[in-house]
Write a protein of this length. Structure first.
Length: 225
């Protein structure tokens, strides 16, 4: 190489040193860039254990709010609330959000209280409320179901009310006294009343979801608008 390129021994040695240094640098760079296995952080492993519900899952601490979907797994309402519809002679009728375990008196206070002169003697203010129910204040209460489990006639239908039920004021519980009406259908009847501002005739029951011709024929003699 010295004869071909005409390099002096000193220049040839310097070139050799440069080439060796470049080779070492390239090897070090290649070695540092190689992929290495990485261990998962402890927090990720702990979160996976919590999600799987395994023995390593930590217990919930007091005061911590469960994550999304916790209410659906436990069957409890989010925040421990119930939703009730307070209607009738109150200052602020409408939907009220109350803590679970609230009573009728709490719903009255949330609605601003009853209007002056309203008779509350027929209202059980100590009753515990349930989610989704309606509290009618100052409305005439529907008569109780025809009593007695023994034989006997004269009642307008099995388990039916003794007098016509008012479709415009009856609560879900009162509508459930009608033959063939359960909680879901009773709520449909109340929802239709809320959406359309009441019932102008009994025939409007045909437009309620879940009431066919046969069920309407059973209910019609037992209700009034």
């Amino acid at each position: 190489m010295q004869l071909r390129c005409g390099l002096e021994p000193r220049a040839l040695a310097a070139l050799a040193v440069v080439l060796v240094g470049a080779a070492v640098f390239a090897a070090a760079h290649f070695w540092s860039a190689r992929p290495e296995p990485v261990r998962a952080p402890d927090r990720v492993a702990e979160a996976a254990a919590v999600q799987d519900g395994g023995p390593g899952a930590p217990k919930a601490l007091p005061g911590l709010t469960p994550g999304p979907g916790a209410g659906a797994r436990t069957g409890t309402a989010p925040g421990g609330q119930i939703v009730v519809d307070v209607s009738g002679k109150v200052r602020r009728p409408g939907i009220q959000y109350l803590p679970a375990g609230s009573r009728v008196a709490d719903a009255l206070r949330a609605a601003g209280g009853a209007r002056a002169g309203t008779d509350l003697s027929a209202l059980n203010r100590a009753r515990v409320l349930t989610d989704g129910e309606q509290v009618a204040v100052g409305m005439p209460a529907a008569p109780p179901p025809a009593g007695g489990t023994g034989v006997g006639g004269g009642a307008p239908g099995e388990g039916g009310p003794a007098a016509p039920v008012s479709l415009g004021t009856a609560t879900v519980e009162q509508l459930e006294t009608l033959p063939g009406v359960g909680p879901v259908l009773a709520q449909h009847i109340v929802d239709y009343r809320t959406e359309h501002g009441g019932y102008r005739s009994v025939d409007e029951l045909r437009e309620v979801n879940g009431i066919g011709d046969r069920r309407f024929a059973d209910i019609r003699p037992l209700v009034r608008p």
